[in-house]
Design a protein around this ligand. Structure first.
Ligand code: HEC
Ligand code: HEC
Ligand code: HEC
Ligand code: HEC
Ligand code: HEC
Length: 223
């Protein structure tokens, strides 16, 4: 999927200073390969994985659960406000409702089977950064960056796909001027929020009141 990055990661000894090796790795790749072609390829949605939903073991539909049933993101992804990972819910969370809500969907048979055999459902990753990048959900969500900003309208997705490129350039575009992307903390999971005054005015206020820094040092994301 992320062939070039995977290869580089495998080449590095575990003890090496990662940035140093990353820089060397990129330079080596640029000399070996045709640089322009590599760069063009690396930035296409195909290479970043953007837009393609992977096949999931159970046909879980965010539209039905979030939109029709009004279940909040935090009910299933509570980790997002507390920790680095948003996490995917354990089967017991599904069974909390689906023990009562009997539907004829064969997909629910697989959910019960997972519950009774204690074998977790193996959800496939949709959004994934390379191992050498540090990311923390709570650091974003608790400073006013909404889920929709990085994941798109998940409430309208039958199958979740990667909605943003997740490239370093994309991260830095926001980190340089975070005020363009901040919202009140009680709106972070709202998929339809719009600012009630111009975003630059609101964003500057929120940036000051929440003490939002602009993190552009390499060590901010590569530790
Ligand atoms: C009832 C539980 C439930 C609710 C509510 C829910 N999700 Fe999910 N979410 C899941 C499950 C299960 C998966 C894994 C399967 C999949 O990708 O569809 C998932 C996957 C995701 C993914 C992709 C994960 C990855 O691998 O990158 C994102 C992003 C996501 N959810 C965001 C949201 C957002 C935003 C909300 C609120 C608008 C939300 N979810 C509400 C259960 C839920
Ligand atoms: C808070 C209650 C609740 C939770 C938690 C919940 N569901 Fe559901 N689920 C529902 C309801 C209600 C429906 C029926 C929706 C409809 O038909 O519009 C449903 C429908 C479904 C269906 C049938 C297909 C569809 O989307 O209509 C599947 C499959 C499903 N859920 C899987 C899951 C899985 C997997 C989990 C755990 C990650 C889960 N559900 C968690 C309430 C819940
Ligand atoms: C600043 C951008 C950003 C915001 C805001 C954000 N996410 Fe994510 N999310 C990501 C990235 C990047 C990944 C992949 C992380 C990795 O591979 O380490 C991810 C991964 C996920 C996953 C997969 C499981 C995991 O924890 O890695 C889920 C589920 C998810 N996000 C849900 C949410 C929900 C729900 C919210 C809002 C409460 C949210 N995200 C807010 C960028 C974001
Ligand atoms: C839409 C805006 C936005 C995007 C996109 C975004 N960030 Fe951030 N990021 C922020 C804000 C705001 C903060 C909070 C700064 C602070 O703590 O004051 C932050 C903080 C961080 C931190 C600091 C965590 C800590 O230890 O406090 C890391 C690391 C980080 N982001 C990594 C990333 C990576 C990697 C990406 C891309 C995959 C990314 N961010 C994309 C806005 C964004
Ligand atoms: C806001 C987070 C963030 C900051 C700050 C950041 N990076 Fe990155 N970096 C990423 C992400 C995400 C990736 C993986 C995605 C990609 O390759 O674009 C990455 C990938 C890389 C790569 C792999 C080569 C490539 O282009 O795929 C190198 C080398 C690198 N970063 C070096 C640096 C250096 C040097 C700095 C400081 C000038 C820096 N990074 C600052 C997020 C960040």
């Amino acid at each position: 999927m992320h062939g070039a990055a995977d290869l580089r990661v495998n080449l590095f000894p575990a003890y090496a200073n990662q940035i140093y090796w990353l820089a060397i790795g990129s330079a080596a790749a640029a000399i070996v390969g045709a640089p322009a072609a590599l760069i063009a390829w690396a930035r296409t949605p195909y290479a970043t994985g953007q837009g393609e939903p992977p096949e999931q073991p159970v046909k879980f539909d965010h539209r039905h659960h979030v939109r029709d049933e009004g279940i909040g993101c935090e009910y299933c992804h509570g980790g997002a406000t507390r920790s680095a990972r948003a996490g995917v819910p354990a089967t017991s969370v599904c069974v909390g409702c689906h023990a009562q809500i009997w539907t004829t969907s064969p997909e629910l048979g697989r959910v019960r089977e997972s519950y009774f055999t204690n074998a977790p459902i193996r959800w496939r990753r949709v959004n994934a950064l390379p191992d050498f990048v540090f990311f923390d959900h709570s650091a974003h969500v608790n400073k006013g960056v909404g889920c929709v900003t990085c994941h798109g309208r998940v409430d309208l997705m039958g199958q979740v796909y990667q909605a943003r490129p997740l490239t370093m350039r994309w991260c830095l575009e926001c980190h340089r001027e975070p005020e363009g992307h901040l919202r009140p903390l009680d709106e972070v999971t709202n998929m339809e929020w719009t600012p009630d005054r111009p975003q630059d005015v609101l964003g500057r206020e929120l940036r000051a009141s929440l003490g939002v820094r602009s993190i552009v040092d390499c060590s901010g994301c590569h530790r």
